[in-house]
Design a protein around this ligand. Structure first.
Ligand SMILES: Cc1ncc(COP(=O)(O)O)c(C=O)c1O
Length: 419
């Protein structure tokens, strides 16, 4: 027998093993100063392309005022206890009514964190006789929800409707045998590559197969569809989504999330979603702050327009400079380059230190070996100067990458470490 912690200390996990080289710079970096298009990293001002503050609400004076006033009035504690026991207020209900109306559903229920909410909603929606069919590239919260499922699950190839249909056929066979139902899960927008989920085609499959459809629209809410109502509106199929989910952590620049669906389904979730039944209610500054933000989404269409002006300028500029942005159809802007992990690290360091640009970097095992994604998130607070400086910097680093300069820097650094 072993001490439990012996293994943990020896095997730090797939990401933890890189902590010594990466922590504080590539992971757990500290972006300081007010959330905006330019922040401080490592003591230097950088253009920030890694924050999901799509509509620029995080530091909007009206938002700061609403958050501050709510905190002054209620503190961070009120209401205490879980919603069911003592943590329920008129404001929670008001926010639910307004969220539901905004996304065109009968009813909504708040959750404190999107991640926990999604895990718990999937757990509540299916029983052991039901079958889940979900997209291979869905967010970790969906994967974790599926992990809790005691029945069958099938994963379909990413955004591949043919593969979904094949798996639906397998699911139907099982569900007929167990007398269960089928839950299909997709994202509205896939956060890594920026594709929209093929919601229209998935909803069309309801003509042939009996299933219910859950959509995680974390990145679509606020950025897509009429008035920012999300990917279902963008594709004209909101009614075909049976359970709609969005988080406040992105376009709403807050914390919390909600599910929206028919009244009976929300009523069921209220009484069966364990992450909410047994956890403290969302504090009032988050609730009142979310009401303010939602009001701004409804009444300030210029925020989404400005976001898209920046998205179009950045994506068109990068494409005309010859960059491969893959299949993005949304604000998420992945720039695909070729190189190994040490080269990618040297390149990102150059971008941050010498060009003043901060973006996320994605490498193997998240994407295939030899590929690097530099992922940019434009927001309404960016300017055309930010866009132009970034395109110039990207052109400069691509030239160095192609000349093998980062490979040489990386191998020189490795030799120093070894000596
Ligand atoms: C697709 C998706 N779903 C769910 C979540 C989790 O939401 P939250 O941050 O509210 O826990 C995220 C990340 O924020 C996300 O990107």
């Amino acid at each position: 027998m072993k001490d439990l912690f012996d293994r943990i200390i020896q095997d730090k996990g797939p990401l933890g093993k890189w902590a010594e080289q990466a922590e504080g710079y590539y992971v757990f970096p500290k972006l300081e100063g007010p959330i905006s298009n330019r922040m401080i990293f490592n003591g230097k001002r950088v253009i920030t392309w890694s924050i999901n503050d799509y509509l620029g609400l995080a530091n909007h004076p009206e938002v700061l005022k609403a958050d501050g006033e709510a905190a002054m009035e209620h503190g961070m504690a009120y209401p205490m206890g879980a919603r069911m026991m003592s943590g329920h207020t008129n404001f929670h209900e008001q926010l639910e009514r307004e969220c539901a109306a905004f996304v065109g559903k009968e009813s909504a229920y708040l959750v404190n964190f999107g991640y926990q909410g999604m895990v718990s909603a999937i757990d509540a929606l299916v029983s052991k006789n039901d079958v889940i069919v979900y997209d291979m590239d869905t967010h970790a919260c969906i994967i974790d929800g599926v992990r809790l499922h005691a029945g069958k699950r099938f994963v379909y190839k990413h955004n591949d409707v043919e593969s979904l249909e094949k798996n639906l056929q397998r699911a139907v066979k099982i569900a007929e045998h167990t007398n269960g139902g089928i839950l299909v899960v997709s994202e509205g927008v896939f956060g890594m590559r920026g594709e929209q989920g093929r919601l229209r085609e998935i909803v069309a499959l309801k003509e042939k197969y009996n299933f219910r459809f859950l959509v995680d629209d974390a990145h679509g809410f606020g950025t897509l569809g009429e008035g920012g109502r999300g990917t279902g509106y963008e594709q004209g199929v909101q009614d075909g989504i049976d359970v709609y989910f969005a988080t406040f952590a992105k376009s709403m620049a807050g914390i919390g999330a909600f599910f929206a669906a028919d009244k009976e389904i929300i009523q069921f979730l209220k009484y069966n979603m364990r992450s909410q039944m047994f956890a403290k209610s969302l504090p009032m500054p988050m609730v009142k702050g979310a009401l303010k933000r939602l009001d701004m989404l409804r009444t300030m269409p210029e925020l989404k327009e400005k976001l898209w002006e920046n998205v179009n300028a950045l994506q068109q500029g990068l494409r005309s400079a010859g960059f491969d942005l893959g299949t993005t159809q949304t604000c998420i802007t992945p720039v695909y380059l070729k190189g190994d992990i040490p080269e990618a690290m040297a390149m990102v360091q150059d971008l941050r230190e010498n060009h003043g640009i901060f973006c996320s970097i994605v490498v193997y095992p998240v994407i295939p070996k030899g590929l690097i994604i530099l992922r940019l998130i434009p927001t309404a607070t960016h300017t055309l100067d930010d866009v132009n400086e970034t395109i110039a910097a990207f052109s400069a680093i691509r030239e160095k990458l192609e000349k093998g300069i980062y490979k040489r820097i990386a191998s020189a650094a490795q030799k120093v470490v070894e000596s």
